[in-house]
Design a protein around this ligand. Structure first.
Ligand SMILES: [Zn+2]
Length: 386
């Protein structure tokens, strides 16, 4: 059981750094704590369709996991000037534990190319412990290129050396092109066009330039994936089912200690079809089930894995339009989310009826893994650990 002081924030910093660094500068200890799986229950899911008493679209979350864990049904995203309730922002709130006003750093794309100013939970873990990059994983959707690059902050003490690895169809396409070109698979005009395609894909990643992107473990993972699904990227499952499949295969082969899965299917409701939302919530719930069930049969994860489930943001509740939850424009409902903590050492069947903040999730993950995330706002969710 965890000492209360280790998760309550700054007071424990001195104690923790002795533990984390073993008193030897430069030598990080092996990580021996529980694995943590962060589930972004997105993109944009309200309480009404997930955990509310009459909600019926996430039965696994609501009826199987919540009764075995600690549920925070009153989690919110802070209402502060400039803060947006959207996917990039919410993901960074979860990753860094700090609310911030983000600006797109690359004007070539209209989107959410943001840079965190404070370390992500992945950077904190890798700075405190000897955890290789392939065991600190983010699983991303195929059409969220902006979010590919949240894998490290621009904080001067952290950053790219402590980054997480990302698994996504974008990374797969890059791998396949690099591999094919290195093996001389293409000739003449085809080779030229493949080189251009790769250069275009690599140019999207403005942040990692100069950093060797290869990792033998991840390369092997993609080689296995292409051996099974082929090289096209179109035979495998799509959308959030793909994320679940990537996550389970990554657990089996890469053994991530910390993994975040950025589910997103419910967000297709932006196009205006109500059913896309509720179906999306159900697909995320089924995907959560798949990952959770795998964690209980695999010896590396069984009895040693904590799940933290939290949406990136909620959605509007606008009664004057035909799809009240079509968007998430900083309304009260878009700030109202929830969180669930599940795992060994965590209370079962507890519902915490006080308001808590989305920014507290990062420090909660850090506390579970016994390191400090000094730049995060708020405290770890203490009910998780009693
Ligand atoms: Zn959206």
């Amino acid at each position: 059981m965890m000492n209360r002081r280790t998760f309550l924030g700054g007071a424990a910093t001195g104690v923790l750094s002795t533990v984390a660094f073993g008193g030897e500068p430069g030598a990080s200890p092996e990580y021996q704590g529980p694995n943590v799986i962060l589930i972004r229950f997105g993109g944009g899911v309200r309480r009404q369709e997930s955990i509310a008493p009459d909600a019926e679209f996430a039965p696994y979350l609501k009826h199987i996991m919540a009764p075995q864990g600690v549920l925070f049904p009153l989690m919110e995203i802070a209402n502060r000037p400039g803060l947006q309730t959207s996917h990039g922002e919410g993901t960074l709130n979860i990753l860094t534990g700090k609310y911030d006003v983000y600006k797109d750093v690359d004007q070539r794309f209209l989107g959410a190319r943001f840079e965190a100013k404070v370390p992500t939970v992945f950077e904190g873990l890798r700075k405190s412990y000897n955890v290789p990059t392939h065991q600190a994983l983010i699983i991303n959707g195929e059409d969220r290129l902006d979010e590919e690059f949240y894998s490290f902050s621009n904080h001067h003490l952290f950053g790219v050396d402590y980054r997480s690895s990302v698994l996504s169809l974008y990374r797969f396409k890059v791998h396949i092109l690099r591999r094919g070109l290195a093996e001389g698979l293409y000739q003449g005009k085809e080779e030229q066009s493949k080189r251009e395609e790769l250069a275009k894909l690599e140019a999207v990643d403005i942040r990692s330039r100069g950093v060797d992107p290869t990792c033998p473990e991840i390369d092997r993972f993609w080689d296995d994936w292409s051996g099974y699904y082929g090289r096209s990227g179109f035979v495998n499952p799509r959308g959030d089912r793909l994320l679940a499949e990537l996550a389970v295969q990554a657990m089996a082969k890469l053994r991530p200690r910390l993994m975040m899965i950025n589910f997103n299917d419910p967000d297709y409701v932006h196009w205006g079809n109500k059913a896309h939302y509720t179906l999306g919530v159900t697909i995320v719930d089924e995907s959560l089930r798949k990952v959770h069930e795998f964690s209980q049969i695999d010896p590396f994860y069984r009895d040693n894995t904590i799940f933290l489930v939290v949406p990136d943001c909620g959605r509007d509740n606008n009664p004057v339009v035909s799809v009240p939850f079509q968007h998430h424009f900083n309304s009260r409902s878009a700030r109202q989310i929830f969180a669930l903590a599940w795992g060994p050492g965590i209370d079962r069947g507890r519902v915490v009826d006080r308001p808590v903040e989305q920014c507290q999730v990062a420090r909660t993950a850090a506390a579970a893994m016994r390191f400090e995330l000094e730049e995060a706002e708020g405290l770890a969710l203490e009910e998780v650990f009693v």
